[in-house]
Design a protein around this ligand. Sequence first.
Ligand code: BG6
Length: 451
Amino acid sequence: MTQLVILGAAGDLTSRYLIPALGELGGAGALPPELTIIGVDRQPWDYDEFRHHLAQRLDSQAATILSGLRYHRGDVTDAETLRAAFDPPDAPAVVYLALPSHVVPGAVQALGALPLARSSRIVAEKPFGDDLHSARRLNTLLHEVAPEEQVFRIDHFLGKQTVQNVLGLRFANRIFEALWNAQHVEAVDIVWDETLALEGRAGYYDAAGALRDMVQNHLIQLLCLLAMEPPVTLDERSLRDRKVDVLRAVRRPTLDDVRRHTLRARYRAGSAGGTTVPAYVDEPGVDPERRTETFAAVTLFVDNWRWAGVPFRLRSGKALGADRHEVRVRFRPVPHLAFDQDQDQDPQPNVLRLHVDPDRVTLEVNLNGAGDPFRLERAGMAVVLAPQELSAYARLLLDIFAGDPVLSIRADEAEEAWRFIEPILDGWRNDATPLLEYPAGSSGPDEGDRT
Ligand code: BG6
């Protein structure tokens, strides 16, 4: 690849994730040789202003990436703008669509009018469409520009080490996989609570909301890795086939399921992450009439032999009191307890926790207590993982440059995940579930753990 063209170069994704990741790779000498990075956006910036905008998020080593950057001002949905930005237009390129989802189709159409080199790759970001229909339409448009092997749909959670470790833990150990089913697992919680609030992203977030921003993609990917059958190999086909099997087994919620198993809320004013946070509706750029949720909790069921009846509870919210990023696999209680415990001291079931940031795995067990050997105590076995060497985005960019789609989302995956999210969106639009409120800095709406 000789050029990386970032459409949406003035946006949050570019400054928050992409450029720092490119800086990391540049610092590690891992970028393709002679790579030109070209940013395209509408902002009336010159090169220095562009560089200044990006420099704020880079350390000195990563900042060396800035010297090789170019900026082209223009409308990313206009083929002539793109023709002028690419250098030259027919050289192999990685085209990164760092754009709000409503702009993506127009940009892809404009790309279709260029003489793109055959080996060029297109990178799309979640959410892939806003619903099933738009996801299908987007896939059709993308396939008119590049074959599926050259389309990379990015979900950066797949580049996180703890997320990838679900595979190692499950499929390289005998002891967990034997218990990994409805017979032994009572419930699975996938939690992504953030102290971060809107961070000036109303332009994107107010149209997306927590369900589309986090649950439909990042948390569903975790669900797939947790629930999938063992793949034959870890190549892109085996791994992604097994993930799609899970998606196809997820029950499409009825209206009654939406009422009983989903919850949505938005934050009121408060203090989170050490800063004062205005009410979501008072954040600049937010339209209160949209009634966008900043907290979503849904319980899904994977209707197959392995998981019948086990609730998978997914939740994510912004402006909460603490950052809590974890998966909890809660096992069923022992069938009979020989220990003479008080009623209110029954031992808790085993819980396996995978924490992200900091990355660690803990297994909560019951052991004989220190004093009276016939009394039980709770103990935890913990493994703390070394910090991730490359950030999630840097890892995924390496795969893109290498042309390996194993960690990218396949077209059918992107569509299938909407099949069971769409009824929730419809139900919420029709107020099947009330829009609750929670103070910024709290643990979410009172009912937050009840879905
Ligand atoms: C992004 C969402 O995809 O993921 C953000 O758009 C969210 O709203 C972020 O804050 C969380 O990921 P990370 O890696 O920053 O914890």
